[in-house]
Design a binder for this molecule. Sequence first.
Ligand code: 5GP
Length: 122
Amino acid sequence: MAYDQNNIFAKILKGEIPCNKVYEDDFALAFHDINPQAPIHVLVIPKGDYVSMADFTADAPAELVTGFFRAVGTVAKQLELVEPGYRILANAGVNAHQEVPHLHIHIFGGRPLGPMLTRETL
Ligand code: 5GP
């Protein structure tokens, strides 16, 4: 899938649309989800034109892959989620209901999160 330069997270990265920023470095930007599904719901996105995990891990420079995953861990620590626990999730493609075609990792926390998937999804 070709990267859409006009997707909403591309616009956030370019500063064309505001976000509630949590963390930023050379490799990643983290911000609160506009429609939170948990008391803490933060999105971490890499600074590069990647649709999902498959093209990111295949095509991104090693420095960016490392930097992005380090940022996810840093944000979890910054939000004080390590001890109580948290969940990370990345949707990819139609079956996963990926809405925004720019790789993003969701970080959920702030309450017990229940099982990973509900039984009806089996
Ligand atoms: P996906 O389903 O693609 O994994 O998740 C996309 C997420 O992006 C959703 O949780 C949605 O609430 C969030 N989102 C969509 N548009 C915006 C926006 O303009 N700003 C922020 N902060 N989050 C957004």
